[in-house]
Design a protein around this ligand. Structure first.
Ligand SMILES: CCCCCCCCCC(=O)SCCNC(=O)CCNC(=O)[C@H](O)C(C)(C)COP(=O)(O)OP(=O)(O)OC[C@H]1O[C@@H](n2cnc3c(N)ncnc32)[C@H](O)[C@@H]1OP(=O)(O)O
Length: 220
């Protein structure tokens, strides 16, 4: 699918102006949130199960039936959600975003809150995100930091795309441990937003990012 880049309403900050549906996060049904959570747990169970082959075959058939049932009504690709950031402000993102999408059972559900410095989230990852034994995959560390720096750029300036992302892996990032993720804007030069972020475990920095975001709207 190609997103139409020409607004069809007079509000270019509203994704509906680009033909994309928009829902408020708080309007999503509790039943959908519960389903997402249950399937998240299911992915972890599938990834780690050692049950017998009869049980595996039976479960696969059941899951196939459930998939068919859900696929009768699918969202439009690019569907957007408006999220609150804990301080009364909001930001908009794709509803199936792989890092924080409300409807994506594969997402670790990284919910960012706004702080005086920028954005902050806490997340604990299970073996779905495993790279080395007991540790978070380096690509996922980059994905979470990309999301954190991209979001802070969008919130503090306006939405953009990552042109460059650099990660320094300082220490192994552990699974099953609360991780604190922070991001902030370093400086803005027209469409270029220089951003940075950090992951901490037990108060110690495990990874750091610097990135260049290019704003889609040229108003700077
Ligand atoms: C909705 C809000 C939520 C946001 C959260 C999202 C978090 C996730 C973020 C992502 O994952 S984004 C997906 C990954 N990124 C991409 O797919 C971007 C692919 N690249 C592009 O589409 C274009 O290269 C880009 C839009 C980034 C820039 O193209 P443009 O044609 O708009 O800009 P241009 O190439 O003229 O560059 C603008 C300025 O940036 C500079 N620049 C561009 N790329 C650069 C680079 N890689 N390194 C250094 N500088 C760079 C470029 O030199 C120039 O500097 P000056 O203005 O000073 O001349």
């Amino acid at each position: 699918m190609t997103v139409n880049t020409q607004p069809v309403t007079e509000s270019p900050d509203d994704p509906r102006a680009f033909g994309l549906p928009l829902v408020d996060a708080h309007s999503l049904p509790a039943e959908l949130r519960t389903l997402v959570s249950r399937v998240h747990d299911l992915v972890d169970a599938v990834a780690n199960t050692e049950v017998d082959t009869d049980t595996l075959a039976e479960t696969a058939a059941t899951v196939e039936g459930l998939t068919d049932r859900l696929n009768v009504a699918r969202r439009q690709i690019g569907a957007m959600v408006r999220r609150e950031l804990g301080d009364g402000t909001t930001m908009v993102g794709t509803i199936t975003n792989i890092v924080e999408g409300e409807t994506n059972p594969a997402a670790p559900q990284l919910f960012l809150d706004r702080t005086d410095e920028g954005l902050r989230a806490e997340v604990t990852l299970n073996t779905i995100y495993q790279g080395p034994p007991g540790l978070v995959h380096g690509g996922w560390i980059a994905a979470m930091l990309d999301q954190a720096v991209g979001s802070v750029s969008a919130v503090e300036t306006s939405p953009g795309l990552t042109a460059n992302l650099e990660i320094d892996y300082r220490r192994p990032t552990p699974l099953f441990t609360p991780l604190e993720i922070t991001s902030w804007v370093e400086r803005v030069e027209g469409r270029k937003v220089f951003v940075a972020g950090r992951i901490r475990a037990h108060g110690q920095v495990t990874a750091e990012a610097t990135a260049l975001m290019i704003r889609v709207e040229a108003d700077g």
